[in-house]
Write a protein that binds this ligand. Sequence first.
Ligand code: ZN
Length: 164
Amino acid sequence: MTAAEHPTTPTVDSFDLDHTKVVAPYVRLAGRYVGDSGDVVTKYDLRMVQPNRAEVPTAALHTIEHLLAGYLRRSLTAATVVDASPMGCRTGFYLTLLGEPPAEAVRAGFEAALRLVAEHEGEVPGCSELRCGNWRDHSLPGAKAWAAAVLERPIIVQETVTIG
Ligand code: ZN
C-alpha cells in the first residue's frame, strides 16, 4: 500500500503539485483512497483558471458551488458525487467521488456541468438565509460569465506534476 492509498497517512497532495507546470482548465486525479472493505474514494482537482494568473471572484465562485452541487450529480453518473467544494485560492474545486471512474468521464462530466452553469436561469439552489452560510454573497451573472469563459478553452486531463 502506497502513502496515497493509505487513508491515515497525513500527506497533503496539493502542496506537492507544481502549480507552475499545469495548464488550466483541467481535471486531475489528486488522491485515491481504499477503505478496509475495498471501496475506493477518489479526489479530483477541477481547475477552472490558471494558478497565480487569475482567480474567480468570491460571489461568482460561491454561486458556481451551489449550481455544481446539482449539476455535477446530473452530469457525472459514472461515480457517486460525495462533495464538490471551492479551493481557498479560488482557482477551482475539489471533487470527492465514491468510485473510480475513468478520468475522461470526470472531464466530460465537469464540462457538461459547467455548460449547465453557464446556461442557468432562475433561482440559485439553496440561496437563502435558511440554507446557506453567506446567502448575500452570490452572483449568478458572475457564475455564468466565468463558466462560459472557462469553456472557451478545451478542458484537458492533467497529469500530476510534482515539485522537484
Ligand atoms: Zn452557500
